[in-house]
Design a protein around this ligand. Structure first.
Ligand code: SF4
Ligand code: SF4
Length: 108
């Protein structure tokens, strides 16, 4: 399992490719598909180390979320939006709420 993981918010990505060029693992690429703004959003190809370089290269706040130590995140839950079992995390302020690592929305 990858040490890190990233989640892409396709609608926030402008397809500038800065993260693709910056990733030392070469695990990012622009999609051939379009988002609703007409951009080719970035896609995650796997085997992220969680270094965070893509996050700091990206000019769009909210386009990328990096999970460090993905391999140690064990808690999962069924996400009704994603319609599958995904890894989840809990924010420090509201530890009772589970957040899906795929859609980044709370699981109710
Ligand atoms: S966190 Fe690092 S290894 Fe993972 S996708 Fe971003 S730049 Fe690449
Ligand atoms: S995630 Fe950010 S840096 Fe990467 S292509 Fe999209 S807008 Fe550019």
């Amino acid at each position: 399992m990858s040490r890190g993981h990233i989640t892409v918010n396709r609608e926030e990505c402008k397809g500038c490719s800065l993260c693709v060029d910056a990733c030392p693992q070469s695990v990012l690429a622009l999609s051939e598909k379009f988002n609703s703004h007409g951009y080719h959003p970035v896609e995650y190809l796997g085997e992220c180390t969680g270094c965070g370089t893509c996050f700091y290269a990206c000019p769009e706040p909210g386009a990328l979320t990096v999970f460090k130590r993905w391999d140690l995140m064990e808690e999962t839950a069924f996400c009704p939006r994603c319609e599958k079992e995904n890894k989840v995390f809990r924010e420090d302020e509201n530890p009772e709420i589970l957040i899906c690592t795929s859609c980044l929305k709370p699981i109710k």
